[in-house]
Design a protein around this ligand. Sequence first.
Ligand code: ZN
Ligand code: ZN
Length: 383
Amino acid sequence: MAPTHVLRCCQRGLAWIPVIFIALVVCWSYYAYVVELCIYTIPCIAEKIIYLVLFHLGFIMFVWSYWKTIFTRPARPSKQFCLPKAEKEQYMREERPESQQEILWRAATNLPLYTHTGAGAIRYCDRCQVIKPDRCHHCSACDMCVLKMDHHCPWVNNCVGFSNYKFFILFLCYSLLYCLFIATTVLQYFIKFWTLCRRKSVEHCPKNELPETRAKFHVLFLFFVAAMFCISILSLFSYHLWLVGKNRSTIEAFRAPVFRTGSDKNGFSLGFRKNIAQVFGDQKRFWLLPIFTSQGDGLTFPARLVNTDPEQPTVSLHPEANKPTEDEQASAFSESNNHVQINENLANDEPKHLENDTLSSAGTITITMESESLRGEETSHLI
Ligand SMILES: [Zn+2]
Ligand SMILES: [Zn+2]
């Protein structure tokens, strides 16, 4: 077996460690809450039943959305975005970026593309050999182009993008509710255990009144862990709700998409209600279920400026009409080359880490972005 293959297998195995960690914490929290708290500690039967029913409702929704976020495969560009065989061979043979772009522009004639690189070139992934649809980015962790990529999340060992963004939001929502529910219901027993521990020794502990048992350890930790996750998830969840309201991905929040009219971070924003519908669909009864209801196909997105900007009446829906003239392209290439050079010069100064949102104090979610250079290796991994 080749060493690189072994290395890749090891990397894939290690990537599951955060998921296994979360799964173990969830299993322990289930045992601690159901067995140690509800069965052994809570004396009132009615309280036991209410807690157990609500807990299991939250637990099922949480596990369901987590499962869907992990195991929904990221959507990749369809075949129509691949270069035809002849063009691909021609592209590979061609060394000059100008000629390569000519090939790409020809191939992209009938494709619904409204965004391009900062230099005005067609966004092309050399690694996947595919023209990138709008909002699509290459993830170097998954080694593939992902439609409407948001970020690569190590806590689910998967790319969060068009196919599972709704599941990811619901996963955050239900994990927050799960932790909140545990923290609030455990609080009174947490205080009782704590005060008993301080005021009375084990032999003075009255019968049937929270004696010093192993349940104490579980209940104390349950509260600490739930409260800690609550705070961490709340910030991440709020941030993603804000992104949904703006119809912006995490990558677009860091780097605005470039349209024919220039870069515009609100380029895909259609208004609050429509933005919500883009992710959750227009049928409210499915909003809280981890079932795919997002609008569109992930390849094309309604873009605000393309149709409605009165300042830009010449912008057409047809990508060919947006194609720059040869002069513009030449200028774009030189800009692009300058850009690449500048980036190379600043390589040591530019932050290569885009630390996104903290899920827990134990670690951070990182996002992966590709540099949209005109040619060459596109995947620079920002962790
Ligand atoms: Zn790619
Ligand atoms: Zn990924």
